[in-house]
Design a protein around this ligand. Structure first.
Ligand SMILES: [Zn+2]
Length: 386
């Protein structure tokens, strides 16, 4: 077994949690990823890695670090995001990195600086152990996962490895599937008229009520018909609605923004087709209804086979470190693994546990971080070869 330097890994974690890296796309004026990128670049250089910064948006660089292999081994990417969500709802200093009862607290401790610390702890352990990889080991610290994922979109333009491990928090489960999402805008068209002219006006907001009824039916009757073993069912909900011209006017238009959460094999075309059918039914029932649907943004879900070589490699490294067989799971949330998978890099998700992602109180379990590091070191050694 490759021993992890626990104080060093702890220091990595605390150092990163104490850097404010709130995503400025999500929270206007957020600090962004520049400072943590500089910290990571310096730390990776201290570990003897080749480091490059990759600009993903002005002042928001990815850190890509390579430990070049000596020969023909398989290459591996260890990766995670450096941005965190906002802190408005958090009591006290959200970046103090306070430790209590085996937990380290702070915004981003769980999501996902714990996973980043595990990556650094694993590489430090391999260096100290005198390991020389045959295949390249890449570290990818990317921006903007919490908003539009421009960081991972940029990384896959430059890094092409034989596999990747994304260290998002999984509670030390091996995560092999997650959901995708699609954002849609539905619009109903009415006819503006003086509020007294009931024979002329067509009420676009009332017609949107029927669309909302269809959304409820979609959620209650249609989407539950398909179930995924790890992810359950797809779902959809109303997010934002607007319409109306004034108290004494029939509304000419109403817009509704809707979010769908997709199973890995759902496509945005499937979602649009479903809505075309539902809107068609509303229009067939009442010729005055005029409604349309538009796809605004989508990210696919992701799934990797349990028998995939990188999943098996992680499994075989896990058992001796943890003294038990791993638990396999899926995550409802969307993750950057979908981008890696689409770019042809088989990816598995494995990271520490804790509580409070995006919540008022967030912490990561310190023992999980160290155990995650040990499993990553073992996996990287076996995968890339000595
Ligand atoms: Zn995350």
């Amino acid at each position: 077994m490759i021993p992890i330097d626990i104080p060093l890994t702890h220091a990595y974690l605390k150092g990163m949690v104490q850097i404010n890296s709130v995503n400025p796309g999500l929270v206007p004026g957020g600090a962004g990823e520049a400072e943590i990128a500089a910290w990571l670049a310096r730390t990776c250089r201290e570990l003897g890695l080749d480091v490059q910064l990759q600009e993903t948006a002005p002042g928001r660089p990815n850190v890509l670090a390579c430990w070049p292999g000596r020969g023909k081994g398989k290459s591996l990417l260890l990766t995670g995001h450096t941005d965190v969500v906002g802190t408005a709802n958090m009591p006290g200093d959200p970046f103090d990195g306070r430790v209590d009862d085996g937990r380290l607290y702070g915004r981003g401790s769980l999501d996902m600086k714990g996973g980043l610390a595990a990556i650094l702890g694993a590489v430090a352990a391999l260096r100290t152990d005198g390991f020389h990889p045959a295949g390249d080991i890449w570290l990818g610290f990317v921006t903007d996962e919490e908003y539009l994922s421009v960081g991972m979109d940029a990384l896959v333009q430059q890094v092409h490895t034989d596999a990747a491990i994304l260290t998002e928090p999984t509670g030390l489960d091996i995560c092999i599937a997650h959901k995708g999402f699609a954002w849609l805008t539905l619009t109903t068209h009415g006819k503006a008229a003086h509020g007294s002219l009931y024979e002329t006006g067509v009420d676009a907001i009332a017609h949107m009520g029927r669309v909302l009824g269809a959304l409820e039916r979609l959620n209650r009757e249609i989407l539950p018909q398909r179930q995924h073993a790890l992810l359950g069912r797809a779902s959809a909900h109303a997010s934002l609605i607007s319409g109306g011209l004034g108290l004494s006017t029939y509304p000419d238009r109403c817009t509704l923004q809707v979010e769908h959460r997709l199973l890995p094999d759902d496509t945005p075309e499937d979602v649009l087709e479903l809505w075309h059918r539902l809107l068609g039914e509303l229009q067939a029932a009442d010729l005055q209804v005029s409604a349309e649907v538009k796809l605004d943004f989508t990210r696919p879900g992701y799934e990797i086979n349990r028998d995939a070589p990188i999943v098996q490699a992680l499994h075989h490294a896990y058992v001796p470190v943890m003294g038990a067989a791993p638990n396999y799971s899926g995550l409802y949330a969307w993750l950057d693994s979908a981008i890696l998978g689409r770019s042809g890099i088989p990816t598995v998700i494995f990271g520490p546990g804790g509580e409070g992602m995006h919540a008022a109180v967030e912490y990561v379990n310190l023992d999980d971080v160290y155990q995650c590091a040990a499993v990553l070191a073992q996996t990287a050694a076996a995968w890339t070869g000595n």
